[in-house]
Design a protein around this ligand. Structure first.
Ligand code: 4AD
Ligand code: MG
Length: 499
């Protein structure tokens, strides 16, 4: 009898007989031997089945990709195999034979993969992203747990808006209007007045009518809120928090990052302190001729790279016309497709860049930064950029007015480097009842449903503040992904609710 094991444990079980339960990622036969690329969620290993074990050999005859099975065999050292081991199989027991699995190794379009998201999760790339996501969440919680914060669960059904009425999802709550939470913040503020240091973590909902690579309609946010914290305290908290998350991913998930093709060296530099700019300084930077020159140079370099990629495609197409072996044709076609995708993406970037440069030059103080300005700003720094004190008009009603310049508020956005843009948004909160009421009035808000929130300013009001980190945007940045859709198991986007 052998014991059940998992692929992850095999390196410690050399020469022992084990049984593994999992799925076939790929299978091929070569004469009297079959090679199974076996996966079980903990890892992938090669299993070999020789014809001298006729039952096991025959059992695999009609098994396709994603057939579920148990294999029993001896663990052997095999330097060429991932993990340095393989299993020499003597017994096979099939759970279910899968035929014609829809997702193969050839290139599939994004739409097809999204429709098959329930199966796509089994690919090595998606597994790696899910593991990094898990680590980001556990590191984020660990950071607050170790620092004396108490986890507070805030409601999902809420009576009003916190982040602007324009992105509310309404629900019929037994005949009365209710909305899905855009944030836990307002409730979290009540808990900070009870407990001092608190955080919430949950799903949040925004009816974002924009189809971008940064917006989901359902996303997860972790939000700390601290009594007696002012803007400067929040800046320090945000940089220590992000450094902890990135360092934890580097410590535990280096192999996943490498599998995703992530340039790990860029993450290694993510250590506090982070650079800081006020909004006004950031606007000055957007207007700086030296920045425009740099952006023009970058544009020219990308145009050159595009030319080179096109030349490589021509070369590969020439090779393709000269080969006949099916696997070679397949391989070349895949390479060409990948390069064509790169060119397409690059051409789009190149065609948009002149307009982005013009937008930076003509950006007017008082507007909110859009994705394009955030991209340009965050690309100028190796570490996340903390931008503070935005114009009051473009920010939420609860943000504290800046005494030194009442046109602005005491808020912070943290922009991830490499053009990823905002991953954290937060602020010191308005703790003065009259100021908060007049701000709500200016925004056309009815104070009635917010009396409980206003009570915090009536009974022992203190300076306080917090921020929210978007988990998916953080996964996107840390994994180096091009689109937010792969950062969550089942993304909810403006045009997608299935599966
Ligand atoms: O800047 P936001 O809107 O801030 C708040 O909701 C505050 N109440 C948080 C607080 O102070 N406690 O959102 C915070 C973060 C953003 O920086 C971004 O990472 C993420 O949430 N986020 C989104 N992520 C994906 N899709 C969307 N549509 C997002 N909207 C915001
Ligand atoms: Mg924001």
């Amino acid at each position: 009898m052998s014991t059940f094991s998992t692929v992850s444990l095999l390196p410690g079980l050399l020469n022992e007989t084990v049984t593994l339960r999992g799925w076939i990622r790929a299978i091929r036969s070569s004469g009297k031997i079959r090679f199974v690329e076996f996966r079980d969620g903990s890892g992938t290993c090669q299993c070999t089945v020789e014809a001298i074990h006729p039952e096991a050999f025959a059992a695999l005859e009609h098994c396709g990709q994603e057939t579920s099975l148990a294999v029993t065999g001896v663990v052997k050292a095999e330097p060429r195999s991932p993990g340095g081991v393989e299993v020499s199989v003597t017994d096979v027991s099939i759970y279910q034979i899968a035929e014609e699995y829809p997702i193969s190794r050839k290139e599939h379009g994004v739409d097809f993969l999204m429709q098959h998201r329930h199966l796509w999760l089994r690919s090595p790339r998606q597994e790696a992203i899910l593991r990094v996501r898990h680590r980001i969440i556990s590191a984020a919680r660990e950071f607050f747990d170790l620092d004396g914060f108490t986890l507070i669960d805030t409601p999902i059904f809420q009576p009003g808006a916190a982040e602007g009425a324009g992105t509310l999802f309404d629900v019929d709550y037994f005949g009365s209007p209710a909305y899905l939470a855009q944030t836990g913040q307002l409730y979290l503020e009540t808990a900070a007045m009870a407990m001092g240091k608190v955080y919430c973590f949950g799903p949040t909902f925004r009816a974002e009518k924009s189809k971008t690579r940064r917006h989901l309609t359902e996303f997860w946010m972790i939000e700390p809120e601290v009594a007696f914290y002012e803007l400067e305290d929040l800046e320090r908290l945000s940089e220590n928090f992000l450094s902890h998350i990135v360092q934890s991913v580097l410590q535990h998930n280096r192999a996943d990052l490498e599998a995703l093709g992530r340039d790990v060296s860029l993450l290694e530099t993510i250590q506090a302190p982070f650079p800081r700019l006020t909004y006004s300084e950031a606007v000055e930077l957007l207007h700086n001729p030296a920045l425009h020159e740099k952006l023009e140079q970058e544009l020219a370099a990308e145009q050159q790279r595009c030319k080179e990629l096109n030349q490589s495609i021509t070369d590969l197409e020439h090779q393709l016309s000269q080969v006949s072996k099916a696997w070679k044709v397949e391989k070349l076609k895949k390479e060409i497709q990948e390069l064509q995708d790169q060119v397409k993406e690059l051409e789009l970037w190149i065609s948009n860049q002149p307009a982005h440069i013009e937008d930076a030059k003509s950006f007017e103080w008082g507007h909110d930064f859009g994705g394009d300005e955030e991209t340009i700003l965050s690309k100028q720094f190796e570490r996340p950029l903390i931008v503070t004190e935005y114009p009051k008009e473009v920010k939420a009603f609860y943000m504290k007015e800046n005494e030194a310049d009442p046109r602005t508020v005491r808020n912070l956005d943290v922009l991830a480097p490499e053009g990823y843009g905002e991953i954290i948004g937060g602020s010191q909160r308005e703790d003065d009842l009259d100021k908060l009421l007049s701000r709500m009035q200016a925004e056309g808000m009815d104070p009635e449903p917010y009396q409980w929130y206003l009570d915090l300013r009536r009974y022992g009001s203190v300076p306080h503040g917090g921020f929210g980190l978007g988990i998916e945007r953080t996964v996107s940045w840390i994994c180096g992904l091009k689109h937010i859709r792969e950062t969550i198991p089942f993304p909810r986007l403006m045009g997608r609710m299935q599966p």
